[in-house]
Design a protein around this ligand. Structure first.
Ligand code: GLN
Length: 392
């Protein structure tokens, strides 16, 4: 067998998505890979049914159908606080995943450095590797996930081309404050670097926290590539509709990368999703109210059964501390991955081992999500209470 590329030997498959496969194999309640178990808004489904007969069924413009980009420009223009040019400042991609890969490939040469917070959403590691870039990690220090601007400045001094900021942050639920973003932004301007943001959880930010777009800060638009997706906002993770927004010069490069990576995102799904992009503010208020209630229900449930956890400021993820379990003789020597595998088999709940998000040797955290119906969350909590009983 001829040798494969060195590249494929340098990273594993996604642990998040692997946990879903194992969960399905055992029929567990899947609180690992984050996606909702409820339907998208009916208006979007109606539009999808109509599109089946009216089309389009052939390629859209590679960087996105015109009406989809126009709707995006209006919605995200409001968030960023400026007029976005739908022709020159947007690329529609296959999910936020492609937007991120495309952004990193657009700014990095092989050998370039890129700053990545740790913990980080695992795709960023692969984005860097596939672009030939070397990550420099900036710790987000638990429990409140603070960071040191000095480490970021040091990375920029070493010539880092950019920094990836996931805000709200997967997996730790951190929502960066305006001051934190300004601090990062000032350094990016000082060292003439880019900020790549991943804002797919922008509408899941819990009071009193607020979502601030990096691109909206003074002077930052020309230095920011904003990556986002419709997956979480409209509960359509399988549709693979994402996008990036940035200054025209950057987007011109990103359009080329995207064109040869995937040609384009699915044309019929773009057409059907336009109705969602045109929803009034009340839709987003409703979504936030829904997730605020789920968050409270899940966190109170975890408290009741005695599992230690963080309090996410945004996203639908919760980090649960499993150290007390790992200290029990029966789990001696277990990695967090082995613990998650045991949970799937014996408890019937799937989580993601925290080590897949951290650069540092962290083995005592697992990530669960609450994008589930109330009944499913209640059943998951019942099963987790059996696990918690091991500590009594
Ligand atoms: N962002 C989701 C998670 O972290 C999954 C996204 C994906 O698998 N593409 O679970």
């Amino acid at each position: 067998m001829p040798a494969l590329s060195d590249r494929v030997g340098t990273f594993t498959d996604s642990v998040i998505r692997r946990m879903t496969r194992i969960s399905d194999e055992y029929g567990a309640i899947n609180l690992s890979q984050g996606f909702p178990d409820f339907d998208p808004p009916k208006e979007i489904l109606d539009a999808l049914a109509k599109v089946a007969y009216t089309g389009p069924h052939q390629y859209a413009v590679t960087y996105g159908a015109e009406n989809f980009r126009e709707a995006l420009a209006r919605k995200q223009g409001r968030a960023i606080g400026r007029t976005i040019d739908p022709d020159q400042e947007i690329v529609v991609t296959c999910g936020g995943t492609e937007a991120m890969m495309c952004a990193v490939m657009t700014i990095c040469n092989p050998g370039d450095k890129i700053l990545v917070f740790s913990p980080f959403y695992e795709n960023y590691g692969a984005d860097a590797i596939l672009s030939g870039a070397q990550p420099i990690y900036v710790p987000l220090v638990p429990p409140d996930y603070q960071f040191d601007l000095g480490i970021i400045e040091d990375g920029f001094r070493q010539g880092a081309k950019g920094i990836i900021v996931c805000n709200p942050s997967n997996p730790c639920g951190k929502v960066f404050t305006r001051e934190e973003l300004m601090g990062i932004g000032e350094l990016a301007l000082k060292y003439d670097a880019f900020v790549i943001t991943d804002e797919v959880y922008e509408h899941m930010v819990y009071a009193p926290n607020h979502h601030v777009c990096m691109a909206s800060l003074p002077g930052m638009y020309d230095h920011t590539i904003t990556c986002n997706s419709l997956s979480k906002t409209y509960s359509i993770t399988g549709w693979r509709l994402g996008y990036l927004i940035g200054p025209a010069e950057v987007v011109e490069g990103a359009k080329k990368v995207h064109d040869f990576l995937t040609v384009g995102a699915p044309a019929p799904l773009q057409e059907a999703a336009v109705v969602g992009l045109n929803f009034p503010q009340s839709y987003y208020d409703g979504l936030l109210a829904l997730y605020t209630a789920k968050r409270q229900h899940f966190l109170e449930g975890l408290d009741k059964i005695g599992l230690k956890h963080n309090i996410p400021q945004g996203t639908y993820f919760v980090m649960v501390d499993i150290q007390d379990f790992l200290d029990l003789p029966r789990f001696a020597g277990y990695s967090d991955l082995e613990f998650c595998e045991w949970m799937i088999r014996e408890i019937g709940v799937a989580a993601v081992p925290g080590s897949s998000f951290f650069r540092e040797p962290v083995n005592h955290l697992i990530r669960l999500h609450f994008a589930r119906s109330e009944e499913t969350i209640d059943e998951a909590l019942r099963r987790l209470s059996r696990m918690a009983a091991l500590l009594k």
